[in-house]
Design a protein around this ligand. Sequence first.
Ligand code: SAM
Length: 287
Amino acid sequence: MDNLYDPAVIKSLLSRHGFTFSKRLGQNFLINPSVCPKIAELGNAKKGFGIIEIGPGIGVLTNELCLRAEKVVAIELDERLLPILSETLSEHKNLKIISADVMKVDLKKLIAEEFSGLSTAVCANLPYYITSPIVMKLLEDRLPITSVTTMVQKEAAERLCAKPGTREAGAVTVAVDFYSKAERLFDVSRSSFMPSPQVDSTVIKLDIRERTPEVGDEKLFFSIVRGIFTMRRKTLLNALSGSMGIEKSAAAEIISAAGISPDCRPERLDMKNLTDLCEKYSDYFKG
Ligand code: SAM
């Protein structure tokens, strides 16, 4: 395989295929040769593992994954990249490329069909325009995967890997912490990409929890979390009654039963506070 980290090689490859970058699809391809091997190694690409890659681009990370994992399935939305990938990755027999929008793929079915007898992990350099929806899909679908290792925008990494109860936390932080143990692995500068984006990046790893916190009604839990975080700077009393459309007196009773101060800001609540709040909310309306 040609050196796909070399900008001159990339330019010649892309121009031969008449390909131009799509900003809309978040196409910033890695040209720093040290990054992909690290993502592959830290992301469980090894014997006994099937890897799902989202957005292979011209295949630099895919190549490192194929060299290490038992099997790789790469999902790419941009059909213009398919002939390029057939050329750059032709030597790998353990690779399947699927031409689709990852948001529309039934990943549970894909794992059952493609990775029978293997453990599964996800590795990616995600398109930034759709990072949170993809991460949430991977987590909420409760896929049989061990980890998600991915490059995201630096600011997104701070939010995704924050601890609930800290200033950086948002509703997505709570969801990530609910389903996984999140860790920031290493930073990647904007000069590592072609074209170079306006922001720096960070590789994060989400280790999927075998057991998630006990909340009873998971749907209710996330509707409370999403609701109060839309009013994160208000008092919890106002945020809970406002976002859930309940009387202030009811909100006050629920908050007090959960052992939380009504003046506390939603962003200060840790996972235990949030699960207690959900439990007491549910108890209150059960009567
Ligand atoms: N993995 C390559 C790399 O590191 O150089 C490319 C990463 S680039 C940041 C993101 C890739 O995701 C692009 O190839 C883009 O076409 C693809 N993509 C964008 N939206 C997608 C979607 N909804 N489903 C699948 N792939 C998508």
